[in-house]
Design a protein around this ligand. Structure first.
Ligand SMILES: [Zn+2]
Length: 395
């Protein structure tokens, strides 16, 4: 039912191209999954997703558990049928949102008790209930319940890691359905020894795939990349590797070169709704006055519906006027941009030219938020409070 195969390996980096077979179709890796937090990728229909070539979609267990309820979704035949998406789906365990969104969180060895951010009602997630909820949702790839600690706090990471490992074993034990691939999640903050230890512990549990969690939550990009460099070699090479919540174009290219196969991130869809679209030169902010009379498409050469039919001037107008079509077209373009990027990455891995592609891409792509992340990081080091947006880079 599941099968992961490597088709090509880049000679100059850890990048690889493969295929991942699931009960709802085979996807080509490396793959980027757009995020459908509430069982919908905001502003896009499943028809749009199919048209732009998305193969894997992520949905958030925490949100769907609270509303409309995972049992209700099971009554409608599971997530695939409820949201009308016939392709592969991945759900997270809900743990990340409990730690970033829920209120009055209380943690013990058995699980985590919290209040809903929607209506304040009390709930409890255990490794067993997180698996049950995901079995009700019925995604193809499901995740172990884990604890996402502040990446820079060593003592907290040691404590959290012990729980995460115990919970991973319990999740595996609790799994009843054989048509879902349960992935273990490596944690350990920015500490190489903890990350390597976590990878070894989880590897011994023999999961069909491994996720790397707790990154892109406040550490620098350099720290994130170096953590990948120590973690990935500890994971089995014949199983898919999933970098959770990371999906800025430059991070995808850097992640692939370090051996990552699967990415997800709200970034492409979230920034689109703020009027920012991806291009090979970096992000364009459509609200800027420079686009008032710009006759070019969002990105010349892009084959998405928006780029084929509209000018930047029209897109600028839609955002200025607050028209919903702008949100849709910008989202469509950014998802298409990610899908095309993954396709190019894959073609270059197969051709043995990925390293040259990677340096050319990174040289051309202006990164807008690196300064912001460095400022956050520095503030943390100084012990100041850093307010990350709820949900950070993920749903
Ligand atoms: Zn486009």
């Amino acid at each position: 039912m599941f099968g992961f195969g490597i088709i090509a390996q880049d000679p100059a980096s850890a990048a690889r191209a493969g295929t991942f077979q699931t009960p709802h179709g085979t996807m080509l890796t490396p793959v980027f999954a757009p995020v459908g937090t509430q069982a919908t990728v905001k502003t896009l229909t499943p028809r749009d997703l199919k048209e732009v070539g998305a193969s894997l979609v992520l949905a958030n267990t925490y949100h769907l558990y609270l509303r409309p309820g995972t049992a209700l979704i099971a009554d409608f035949g599971g997530l695939h049928s409820f949201m009308g998406w016939a392709g592969p789906i991945l759900t997270d365990s809900g743990g990340f949102q409990v730690f970033s969104l829920a209120q009055m969180r209380k943690l013990d060895a058995g699980g985590v008790t919290f209040r809903s951010h929607v209506d304040g009602s009390a709930h409890r997630f255990t490794p067993e209930s997180a698996v049950t909820a995901q079995e009700e949702l019925g995604a193809d790839i499901i995740m172990c319940l884990d604890e996402c600690a502040d990446p820079l706090d060593r003592a907290y990471n040691e404590e959290a890691l012990a729980r995460t490992h115990a919970w991973a074993a319990r999740c595996k034990e609790a799994q009843r359905r054989s048509d879902q691939a349960l992935f273990g999640i490596v944690q350990g903050g920015v500490f190489p020894d903890l990350r390597m230890d976590s990878a070894r512990v989880l590897r011994a549990l023999d999961f069909p795939g491994y996720a790397i969690g707790g990154l892109s939550v406040g550490e620098t990009k350099a720290e994130m990349y170096s953590i990948l460099e120590v973690t990935v070699p500890e994971l089995p090479s014949d199983k898919p590797r999933y970098l959770m919540g990371v999906g800025a174009p430059e991070d995808v290219v850097e992640g692939v070169s370090r051996g990552v196969d699967i990415f997800d991130c709200v970034l492409p869809t979230r920034v689109a709704r703020n009027g920012a679209v991806f291009s090979r030169a970096g992000r364009l902010n459509l609200r800027n006055a420079q686009y008032i009379r710009d006759p070019l498409p969002l990105e010349p050469g892009c084959d998405c519906y928006g780029c084929q039919h509209f000018s930047r001037a029209y897109m600028h107008h839609l955002f200025r006027a607050g028209e919903v079509l702008g949100l849709h077209l910008a989202t469509l373009h950014n998802v298409r941009f990610m899908v095309r990027l993954m396709g190019e990455i894959r073609a270059h891995i197969e051709a043995g030219t990925f390293s040259r592609f990677s340096s050319e891409f990174l040289a051309a792509y202006r990164v807008p938020n690196q300064e912001v992340r460095h400022a956050h990081h520095a503030a943390r080091r100084r012990g100041e409070t850093v307010v990350l947006k709820p949900g950070g880079r993920r749903g």
